[in-house]
Design a protein around this ligand. Structure first.
Ligand code: NIG
Ligand code: FE
Length: 431
């Protein structure tokens, strides 16, 4: 059974959904095909949006002839792609961990910082100290920043609440922030992230409470589109994760895992076994793991900012190609391991660190990322019938996307075929 959130914030209506327009005079329109197999290129192409969706994409002269009544919009010789999809973020949190970053640089490990009261536990304290309305606004501002960087869909994980009632608070605030900003928000409940202090001596009891009470409550309230866990020596074991995720699957939730991050631990295999939507991180995964993901149809999600912060290496493009697995790239935006605020910048980094082509990078931040969210039927590409979520970039070719650093920025971001103004005063989103 597929699980659909009762009040899915990603399906909220936005202004301009009845627009009928033709975006023309592009340098090129590039998009994954509907199956996400290859990137289609339409040099000097045009795209027609109607009722919020893509009606047609193709040669400009032909589309002008077929759609004389569409309102023309001049792309001024720039590149058009689908809106980007950031399929892995932890963007609801208070405070920052900049001081901790310095400790890491001085040689302290992630595990030792966590053991001394830092790490996830310190962000949990900082998050619970922020008032609801302030946290909701903070998240809304971050979503605006993601939109200004070309993301039209953003996954947001809970995980800095830990105790069930605090996790539910975060998921509720996400719903509030999502209706303030014209970005599709996919809410994920990260239910096993770290053991709360008050359960220090009662680990099994905590996992059981998450497995029973918490999942039941999330299901009853329709608050999350997927369930995630942190399967790692510094977090939860394969058995603990399996117990929770199996129950989630029984309830009809799609599942995903933070897997093979700090060590090779068995999370990728578990992801394949459960038919997870994605297995994320994978810094310590083997080629065998990637093969299992390929066979299961599970997307491998690479998080270059986290790997860089923890000074880990990323997999080689040639190895992933051999396995035939689909991979996405995401920011993993979080205060501990990935203070990364531009998905395109992460793409530019992965291109250099792994050896991916511009076409692979585009797939990784559009179609494949949409698939990691189970949304590839409607977003992540600009083929007829898909939502008209698109970006007009301040550059001319696909090859430029992973090339420029800092990353190329959008000129215009379309949501459901409507040109929704980006924040005019940058200070509003770039404090
Ligand atoms: O994806 N790996 C687990 N969670 C985060 C880090 C969380 C934190 O350090 O606050 C991650 O890297
Ligand atoms: Fe993460």
């Amino acid at each position: 059974m597929t699980y659909w959130a009762a009040h899915d914030p990603s399906s909220k209506p936005v202004a301009g959904r009845t627009a009928y327009l033709i975006l023309h005079n592009t340098s090129e329109v590039v998009t994954p095909d509907a199956e996400g197999r290859e990137v289609l290129r339409f040099p000097k192409g045009a795209i027609v949006f109607r009722d919020g969706r893509v009606l047609e994409v193709g040669p400009a002269t032909e589309l002008h002839r077929k759609h004389p009544d569409a309102r023309p919009l001049n792309a001024n010789g720039k590149l058009v792609t689908p809106g980007l999809v950031d399929c892995h973020t932890h963007m609801i949190f208070g405070g920052d961990r900049a001081t901790e970053f310095q400790r890491k640089l001085a040689g302290e490990s992630y595990a030792s910082i966590a053991a001394s009261g830092g790490g996830i536990a310190s962000t949990v304290r900082a998050t619970s100290a922020v008032k609801d309305e302030v946290l909701e606004k903070l998240l809304a501002n971050r979503l605006e920043r993601w939109r200004a960087n070309g993301c039209t869909t953003v996954e947001v994980k809970s995980g800095y609440g830990l105790e069930p009632s605090r996790e539910i608070r975060l998921l509720e605030l996400m719903g509030g922030a999502a209706i303030r900003v014209p970005v599709r928000v996919h809410r994920t409940a990260l239910v096993l992230h770290a053991l709360p202090e008050k359960y220090a001596e009662r680990r099994a009891e905590y996992v059981e409470e998450v497995r029973t009470t918490m999942l039941t409550e999330l299901h009853r309230r329709g608050m999350a589109g997927a369930i995630d866990v942190f399967c790692d020596p510094v977090a939860f074991t394969v058995e603990e994760c399996r117990a929770v995720l199996q129950r989630a699957v029984e309830l009809g939730f799609p599942v995903k895992l933070h897997a093979e991050q700090m060590a090779h631990f068995g999370g990728a295999k578990l992801a394949a076994e459960l038919g997870a939507r994605s297995a994320d991180h994978l810094e310590s995964a083997t080629e065998e793991d990637w093969k299992l993901l390929a066979e299961a149809g599970t997307v491998g999600v690479l998080l270059p900012a986290a790997a860089l912060t923890l000074r880990q290496s990323l997999p080689d493009a040639a190895m992933i190609r051999r396995t035939g697995a689909r991979f996405a790239i995401a920011t993993d935006f979080n205060p501990g391991t990935a203070p990364a605020q531009s998905l395109m910048e992460c793409g530019a980094l992965a291109s250099r660190l792994c050896g991916f082509t511009a076409q692979e990078i585009l797939l990784a931040i559009t179609w494949n990322a949409a698939r990691a969210l189970g949304a590839e039927a409607e977003i992540g590409h600009l083929t007829p019938g898909a939502w008209g979520d698109a970006v007009l970039w301040e550059c001319e070719s696909l090859e430029e996307l992973p090339y420029w650093m800092p990353a190329v920025r959008p000129d215009t971001v379309f949501m459901r075929g409507a040109d929704l103004a980006l924040p005019a005063v940058e200070r509003r989103v770039w404090p």
